[in-house]
Design a protein around this ligand. Structure first.
Ligand code: MF3
Ligand code: CO
Length: 287
């Protein structure tokens, strides 16, 4: 028999409020059984400008890291750079004390998928690939982006993983259309990863962002077209595919409770932007 998945009726209109064209459009999707965003996920112009300003600082942090990162540097030095740049621009590093996270940035080297904790004892070596994941709060507005950095020269295999992971992000971005679906993004990413012989990490996803660090919707990096939440202009979210050279399985380090590592200890790569959905497609707010 068929299992029909019922979503909550997220789009609400006041009893005596006349329906706008947008209400009619979204209600039509909702009545056909699609998951639609709650009203609060559609950011106002003022909120989007706030998130945009946060994103400018966030991108500035990553540009500063790009200038400084080198073999012989510890990941704790990256943490200090991120912290000092952020604070000197009147902002707060979002990871610091988030759910007990001890530092200002996540630094994830080689087989570490994400959420690596900076350490004085962790020294960057020639050939390492590292994800630096930066998130910023400015005037209460959150932004989130990460990049891969290659330390000196790496192997052709690891370089290709880094490049394809970036392509996955950009292909996911292109797949996101106003009044399309979150599943369109994941489907495009999954196809590109598999075409290149890689796997997608399924245990972690992108997310709404802006008024909080993590909001609805979950943006999975796999899935089927036409499924998941409806994409409406004004929604702000990240896409942040984690692409593995080997299998897609991961585990969390039991000692620190944060570091996510590939099960087979083969390398992983991730890139992340914050986007706002517009009338024509995604606009980047932080990279
Ligand atoms: N920056 C991560 C993300 O992309 C979240 C990290 S949570 C932290 O969503 F606490 F580890 F910072
Ligand atoms: Co994120």
């Amino acid at each position: 028999h068929m299992i029909i998945k019922k979503y909550p009726k997220n789009w609400k209109v006041g009893k005596n409020t006349p329906l706008t064209d947008l209400d009619k459009k979204i209600l039509a999707f909702q009545n056909r059984g699609h998951l639609v965003p709650k009203r609060c996920l559609i950011k106002t112009h003022e909120q989007i400008e706030g998130i945009r300003r946060s994103g400018v600082v966030n991108t500035g942090v990553l540009d500063a890291v790009a200038k400084e990162i080198h073999a012989g540097m510890s990941t704790l030095e990256i943490d200090k750079l991120v912290h000092d740049y952020t604070v000197s621009h009147g902002a707060i590093p979002a990871p610091l004390n988030y759910d007990g996270f001890p530092n200002s940035v996540c630094t994830s080297i080689n087989e570490v998928v994400c959420h690596g904790i900076p350490s004085e004892d962790e020294i960057l070596e020639e050939g390492d690939i590292i994800n630096v994941d930066v998130s910023t709060i400015l005037d209460g507005y959150y932004s989130d982006a990460s990049r891969m950095f290659v330390i000196g020269q790496t192997t052709p295999e690891k370089q290709r993983l880094v490049d394809v992971a970036k392509e996955c992000l950009l292909i996911g971005m292109e797949a996101a259309k106003p009044f399309g679906f979150v599943g369109d993004i994941g489907n495009a990413i999954q196809r590109h990863a598999h075409k290149n012989g890689y796997t997608v990490v399924r245990d972690l996803c992108g997310h709404g962002v802006g008024l909080k660090f993590h909001e609805e919707p979950d943006v999975e990096h796999f899935g089927r077209k036409g499924t998941g939440m409806l994409l409406v202009p004004g929604m702000v979210f990240t896409i942040e595919p984690m692409i593995n050279m080997g299998g897609g399985e991961v585990f969390v380090d039991e000692d620190d409770g944060w570091t996510v590592v590939t099960e087979d200890e083969l390398p992983s790569a991730q890139w992340e932007h914050t986007f706002v959905m517009t009338e024509t497609g995604l606009e980047i707010l932080s990279y």
